[in-house]
Design a protein. Structure first.
Length: 124
């Protein structure tokens, strides 16, 4: 174990969180297991996404479809426990726009290879 104190803190966060889940959803052991920050098994593993959701006030999907996937499948139980924490705020940065600004030499190579139609247009 490399960081025992951090692990102790995570286990305590999980214990307190699961106490609340059990009180709110008595007898729903499958929900408790799915929502847990700690995946129990031969080797205990920390579910970092669950920890982030439990420890935050807001969870933002990067696109509407991503937010919906989070709510419906990826962290469904946590979305049902904390529906107010899930939202979608697309920040407007597309991969193409990011590439154009972040790596002009690569953008030039792409433009040379396939032309300028890949470049997004937006107001300056």
């Amino acid at each position: 174990m490399l960081v025992p104190r951090l692990l102790e803190i995570i286990y305590e966060i999980n214990r307190r969180f699961l106490d609340g889940v059990r009180a709110r959803f008595p007898g729903e052991d499958s929900r408790v297991a799915a929502a847990s920050v700690v995946e129990e098994g031969a080797e205990r593993k920390i579910r970092m996404a669950n920890l982030a959701i439990v420890g935050s006030h807001s969870t933002n999907g990067v696109a509407a479809i991503h937010s919906e996937l989070l709510r419906r499948t990826t962290v469904k139980d946590l979305a049902e426990i904390f529906p107010e924490r899930f939202s979608n705020k697309t920040n407007g940065v597309t991969p193409r726009r990011w590439l154009l600004v972040a790596n002009p030499p690569l953008a030039h190579v792409i433009t040379t290879a396939i032309g300028k139609n890949w470049i997004p247009t937006w107001p300056n």
